[in-house]
Design a protein around this ligand. Structure first.
Ligand code: HAM
Length: 435
């Protein structure tokens, strides 16, 4: 037997329903916020992600799936959506069409991480990227979009944490004091952090190994080194969030795991103990230099991405059902070959009219067919035997009321349609959906 690769999973038909519901909820919210969908390749030229030899983020240094294709091109499976989206934005000159381009995407990403609950090697992200504006209101809008999605999914135990990394000047000043501080603690730093001390000291603050140590907690915080402009930007983000009634918490130690951020950074954290370190369900920030770094004009951007598996898991833990169970409008039960052919014919009429229908294709007996009607959550069951067929009649049972009637074989479609329009859906199929 061949098994799936480590860190991957199958989405079975029962679970696909929650996925499609999540996707449609996301699409609706993106429409509400006026973000347009973009679809970029799952693999990109490696330099899309491996841009900078000084990039010390785990994602870029340790977790990418890199390979050479048959023509020796260096290829990377995308570990995230931002860089590919920005690459497409530049390559297709979207900036020339729209002064502000608000994009969203959904799809699989790949990171060679140690798999555990909520962390896999292939996972899906929903992300948004707003390109073209350096206004703090767009930072706040991106966070608002995330908060709105959380609300639409019925999740309540989610915290928005945010911080600012300031502009280049603020970070330069901050990096200097950080290096001085951590130089006095080199014997306590892990080997990765020693490397980060040279290349990107800010990244040290994101270390998962040293994070809980005392010297770590006492490290200087960025807010003391912000330029006036950076402070102003961040304060306006906070004011905008307040104006939109979005609760948040400023966390001065939040720096995020990717190297491209400047100014606002944020994470959406879910309070579910079983999630452990995977409690960050969505995160993002501003990246004012990325478009230029990828070879485009000087255009600022801000964005965010959610782990879709984590969103689904959070819904599951919170007892929020995303999708209504499947059902059919009509299940056809036929006894005998002639009846089966007639049922097939009438079922096609109903299907052409848009009704969800099914029938037995296994030659099962009456009892098993009734059971199949039940398993398929049939609103109506049509029963056709030779006697009914002779008279062009059919027995139809409304499974909500258990009332059975005999009607013309040729009137199933209008009969069911009329009942559905008058009674809405049957009780079995009316389990509450997330709005
Ligand atoms: P990120 O924090 O690396 O940011 O990932 C965003 C989210 O993807 C995480 O909060 C988490 O929910 C999910 N995620 C990440 N890795 C895994 C994994 N191995 N298994 C399951 N879920 C995972 C970014 O990717 C940035 N591109 C976000 C962004 C967009 N910043 C600006 N624009």
């Amino acid at each position: 037997m061949i098994s799936k690769p480590k860190g991957t999973y199958d989405v079975l038909p029962e679970e696909v329903k929650s996925w499609t519901k999540l996707e449609s909820t996301i699409r609706k919210i993106c429409q509400i916020f006026n973000y347009r969908e973009i679809r970029t390749p799952i693999f990109e030229a490696s330099q899309t992600f491996h841009r900078d030899a000084n990039d010390t983020s785990d994602m870029v240094t340790k977790e990418t799936y890199d390979f050479k294709d048959r023509s020796d091109r260096l290829i990377t499976l995308r570990p995230e959506g931002t860089a590919g989206t920005v690459r497409a934005y530049i390559e297709n000159k979207l900036y020339a069409q729209n002064p502000i381009e608000k994009l969203f995407y959904m799809g699989p990403m790949f990171r060679y991480e140690r798999p555990q609950k909520g962390r896999t090697r292939q996972f899906s992200q929903f992300g948004v990227e707003a390109l073209g504006s350096n206004s703090p209101t767009i930072d706040a809008e991106v966070i608002a979009l995330g908060a709105t999605l959380i609300k639409a999914l019925g999740l309540t135990n989610v915290k928005v944490k945010l911080n600012t990394l300031g502009d280049q000047e603020s970070r330069q000043a901050y990096k200097k004091v950080l290096v001085e501080y951590f130089k006095n603690h080199t014997d306590e730093l892990c080997s990765d952090c020693l490397n980060r001390l040279e290349k990107n000291p800010l990244r040290i603050l994101d270390c998962k190994v040293d994070r809980d140590k005392e010297f770590f907690k006492n490290a200087p915080k960025i807010n003391e080194y912000l330029t006036e402009g950076s402070k102003e930007h961040f304060n306006q983000v906070l004011t905008s969030l307040k104006d939109m009634n979005i609760a948040y918490e400023v966390d001065p130690s939040l720096v995020r795991g990717l190297d491209y951020y400047s100014h606002t950074v944020f994470e959406l954290e879910v309070d579910i103990p079983e999630f452990g370190a995977q409690n960050v369900i969505g995160a993002g920030g501003r990246y004012d230099a990325l478009v230029k770094d990828l070879g485009g004009p000087e255009i600022p951007g801000v964005g965010m991405a959610f782990g879709m598996e984590r969103l689904l898991l959070a819904c599951e833990y919170a007892g929020k059902k995303l999708a209504t169970p499947d059902f059919v409008h009509v299940y056809f039960i036929a006894l005998g070959e002639a009846a089966k052919q007639a049922a097939l014919r009438e079922m096609q009429v109903c299907r052409l009219g848009g009704l969800y229908c099914d029938m037995d294709h296994l030659g099962r007996g009456l009892k098993a067919q009734f059971k199949a009607a039940d398993t398929n959550r049939a609103m109506f069951t049509c029963i056709l035997g030779d006697n009914e067929l002779k008279e062009n009649k059919i027995n139809i049972k409304d499974n909500t009321t258990d009332v059975q009637e005999t009607i013309s074989l040729f009137e199933i479609y209008p009969y069911v349609l009329n009942k559905i329009n008058n009674n809405s859906a049957c009780a079995k199929c009316k389990e509450k959906e997330v709005k």
